[in-house]
Ligand binder design. Structure first.
Ligand SMILES: [Zn+2]
Ligand SMILES: [Zn+2]
Length: 410
């Protein structure tokens, strides 16, 4: 039996793909990790997915250091991604640690995992309805998103007859002319729902500091702003207001994020989509999609409201990003399984295109599921003779990972 038979048999049997070879992480030393903010990608595929190597959009940010996680987008299958974490991951993330969930837009590849996630976070009701169960009147998870997100969550929880002991809340980020989902009269709400805030944007169209948390180095504020996609879409900014604060910019799907620039100056990390890319024929001979011209790829990508790697690089240049990670990668670009995987060539080319347009001398990286990017606290940065780039952006595609700053073959 050759390998093709083997993998199709695995598909027929619905056996999860072999994941051993995808455990590529770049680690910092324990001292640096303690107070680092981290972003862990749980799903990096565009809406064409999920695929064998990538789930659809979701990531979690650990920016408070208190064990809680803030999630951005929640595609179908996101809860299960927590179970598939690589065995040797230094920090095992738990779905129940998600305390805030930020939704960029209503498209299915960003929202269809919200209900399973809520059901995992909220404690179920007691088996015997006569037992009193001590629950907090405060919501255990807060969801933020565009107009309609409250109705979406409420409707599905009602239609699936979901009961929970804990409470949840949905806050809508509303433009001037958006109609909020009402919480009055109370019968409209789900039995576990707490009245949410209708948060209107300011005159310049932004939502500044609409929520916050207490981090290891002080406060962490969250801002949001609109970006252009085929439907209303948001980008989120997590930032420490005290200088020299760290700033993480996470954009939803977009073909033009320029209107959010005022919120994005000099981010420590920019996460920008790159849904499609023109891959020249010589990079992947015999692969059909390389027959598409650059203009065809660009035209189709823009028409669908998405970006190519050069656009991500140009945006990183415009805002002065310190690091750039490409996300929402098209299904035709699977994540490489190992350093000699031929599919690596396309990923390297995608990164090269973004890196060239960025022009900062630093390397853009295309995300893969379970990739973790750490942003160390300013006072725990590496000494000057050990560049941060080396530790954080060593090329895992070469088959090397950094564990406590020591190179290790995988
Ligand atoms: Zn999408
Ligand atoms: Zn979309």
């Amino acid at each position: 039996m050759h390998l093709g038979h083997f993998s199709s048999a695995r598909r027929l049997l619905r056996v999860p793909p072999l994941r051993r070879r995808t455990t590529r992480s770049i680690y910092l030393s324990a001292a640096q990790m303690t107070r680092a903010m981290t972003v862990t990608f749980l799903g990096t595929c565009s809406g064409g997915g999920p695929t064998e190597s990538r789930n659809c959009s979701s990531l979690v940010v650990d920016c408070l250091g208190d064990g809680s996680l803030w999630m951005v987008d929640c595609a179908e299958g996101t809860t299960r991604q927590f179970d598939f974490q690589p065995a040797d991951t230094p920090v095992r993330l738990k779905a129940r640690s998600v305390s805030k969930l930020f939704i960029t837009h209503m498209h299915a590849d960003h929202t269809m995992g919200i209900i399973p996630m809520i059901r995992n976070v909220l404690f179920p009701p007691p088996v015997d309805p006569n037992t009193s169960f001590p629950t907090s009147p405060l919501p255990k998870i807060e969801i933020y998103g565009p107009a309609g997100i409250r109705l979406f969550v409420r409707s599905i929880l009602k239609m699936t007859l979901t009961r929970t002991a804990d409470k949840y809340v949905v806050h809508e980020l509303l433009n001037a002319d958006d109609v909020p989902t009402p919480c009055e009269p109370p019968e409209l709400m789900h039995s576990s729902e707490v009245v949410g805030r209708d948060i209107r944007c300011s005159k310049d169209g932004f939502w500044r500091c609409f929520t916050q948390g207490k981090g290891t180095l002080g406060d962490v504020f969250v801002d949001a702003g609109p970006i252009v996609h085929r439907d209303p879409c948001l980008g989120y900014i997590f930032r420490e207001p005290e200088a020299p604060g760290r700033k993480i910019v996470i954009l939803g799907d977009t073909n033009d994020p320029s209107c959010i620039i005022p919120l994005c100056a000099s981010p420590s990390l920019l996460i920008h989509e790159a849904t499609d890319a023109h891959i020249p024929r010589e990079i992947l001979p015999n692969v059909r999609f390389t027959l598409r011209s650059f203009d065809t790829v660009l035209g189709n990508t823009l028409a669908r409201g998405h970006s190519i790697p050069q656009m991500a690089g140009e945006f990183a240049k415009a805002v002065g990003a310190e690091k750039l990670v490409l996300n929402h990668i098209g299904g035709r670009f699977p994540a490489p399984r190992h350093g000699r995987d031929p599919r690596l060539n396309a990923i390297r080319e995608i990164e090269r295109q973004a890196t060239e347009a960025w022009g900062s001398g630093r390397q853009a990286m295309a995300a893969w599921d379970y990739m973790r990017v750490a942003i160390p606290a300013p006072d725990t940065m590496l000494p000057p003779n050990q560049p941060v780039e080396q530790a954080m952006y060593a090329d895992p595609h070469e088959g090397l990972v950094y564990v406590n700053q020591k190179k290790r073959k995988w």
